[in-house]
Write a protein that binds this ligand. Structure first.
Ligand code: S3P
Length: 430
């Protein structure tokens, strides 16, 4: 499907962004292996979360209710059953990588696959360390899905002390899930500073986690018990409205119930630095800080994003690139090589689409440089099965001359099903 976007002169109103994708996946997976009921309030009702739910159902887990209140009937730590079919993770890297860790120690084998984007994404980063714990995998061409987790009854995983080389919350969580089924302690060190939802949520389910600035350890003895989880609004979805309000003069937007978890607020900090006026009011502190934002346009200036800032805004870099085209001066991003293995190679897909709109961008292995302001010209945008590319270039269309055609907009169902309704309401062209 296609969408046609025209320039807008003002963004105004209230946006309530849907539940956080990372927290939603975790609430479902942790709930599945907990004993008793888990309630997730404000769950993200989107393609990626449906992929996790469908895989869990195939593993014997009952899930009912709706996005406002989803109930998982936990099967306890050893209650999952062998799936009859291949588990389809759709477009969701989080589903596949977290399930690899979960399934590594279940005592049965399972095969996982995904769509044309997911089967091109690297899985050895998870399979490698899990193999050190005694897990066994067959990966397509040594790194990709379709892949099979071979686990046999009475074959126990062993806890490891592992140095993470990539700041990836998916790898971290996968290893901690396997650690729940391993003998002894599993300790992670190195790049542990990625989003910390697992560390915040697992103790809510009763897991024994030891966290220090240098390491995270989990005991294989822990049993989980069902919990009630309030899912905050997704800051990666809020980022589109923050950017749009910043790009379009005279904008004034309120965004309600957004996660203010410091491992996720990198884009908000950079947006402020670039001149967007953001006022924040915190309404909830635990287990995840949540708040309301008021966002108003300002004079935009370029900025330099340092490698240490990247993990806290990894999914927001495509929209940052769009923002950078309208900012005075140079915006330069480094340390973001992980963008190359997301739903698309986001350094290339951002560059290709910005160039199609007439903008100049210099790319590096680990980032890009954009000098602004530059005028954008409406054109046809290819989205490569990547929801964040579709949404970022829809926002670009709001400040481009003429009409922008976004091709393959169905991908927004992955993380933000009512994105275009909200866009219509805020721009007043519903
Ligand atoms: C996620 C972690 C990030 C992020 C993805 C969701 C998670 O991926 O890009 O959208 O829920 O753990 P990496 O762990 O690969 O950085």
């Amino acid at each position: 499907m296609k969408k046609h976007i025209k320039a807008s002169n003002r963004l105004h109103g209230v946006a309530i962004v849907p539940g956080d994708k990372s927290v939603s996946h975790r609430a479902m997976i942790f709930g599945a292996i907990a004993s008793g009921k888990t309630e997730a309030l404000n769950l993200l009702d989107s393609g990626d979360v449906h992929s996790t739910q469908n895989c869990l159902r195939a593993l014997g887990v009952e899930i009912s209710g709706n996005a406002a209140r989803t109930v998982v009937n936990g099967r306890g730590k050893h209650g999952l059953i062998q799936p009859k079919d291949i588990l389809d993770c759709g477009n969701s890297g989080t589903t596949m990588r977290l399930l690899m860790g979960l399934l590594a120690g279940q005592g049965f084998s399972a095969t996982l696959t995904g769509d044309n984007s997911l089967i091109k994404r690297p899985m050895k980063r998870v399979a490698g360390p899990l193999t050190l714990m005694g897990a066994e995998f067959t990966l397509t061409n040594g790194d990709f899905a379709p892949l099979t987790v071979h686990s046999r009854q009475h074959q126990k995983l062993k806890g490891i002390d592992y140095h993470l080389k990539i700041a990836s919350a998916q790898v971290k969580t996968s290893l901690l899930l396997a650690g729940l089924y391993a003998e002894g302690m599993t300790t992670l060190r190195g790049e542990i500073g990625s989003r910390d939802h697992t560390e915040r949520l697992l103790p809510f389910f009763g897991a024994d986690l030891k966290i220090s600035p240098e390491s995270i350890s989990i005991s294989g003895l822990a049993e989980l018990a069902g919990a009630t989880i309030r899912v905050p609004g997704d800051p990666s979805s809020a980022a589109f409205w923050i950017a749009a309000a910043g790009l379009i003069k005279n904008s004034d937007v309120e965004i309600q119930n957004v996660s203010l978890n410091p491992t996720r607020t990198g884009f908000m900090n950079v947006a402020k630095r670039m001149g967007i006026r953001i006022e924040t009011e915190t309404t909830v502190e635990q287990p995840e800080p949540i708040g309301n934002l008021r966002v108003r346009s300002g004079d935009l200036c370029g900025t330099s994003v340092a490698p240490h800032e990247i993990p806290s805004m990894i999914d927001e870099i495509p929209i940052l690139a769009v923002l950078a085209t309208q900012a005075h001066g140079v915006t330069e991003v480094h340390g973001a090589e992980e963008l190359r293995v997301k739903e698309s190679d986001r350094i290339e897909t951002v560059a290709q689409n910005l160039r199609a709109m007439g903008a100049k961008i210099e790319t590096f292995k680990d980032g890009f440089r954009i000098e602004g302001p530059q005028s954008l010209q409406g054109c046809a945008i290819e989205t490569f099965l990547d929801h964040r590319i579709a949404m970022s270039f829809s926002i670009a269309g709001l400040v481009a001359k003429g009409e922008t055609e976004i091709r393959g907009v169905d991908s927004v169902l992955t993380s933000y099903p009512n994105f275009y309704e909200v866009l219509g309401a805020l721009t007043g062209v519903l």
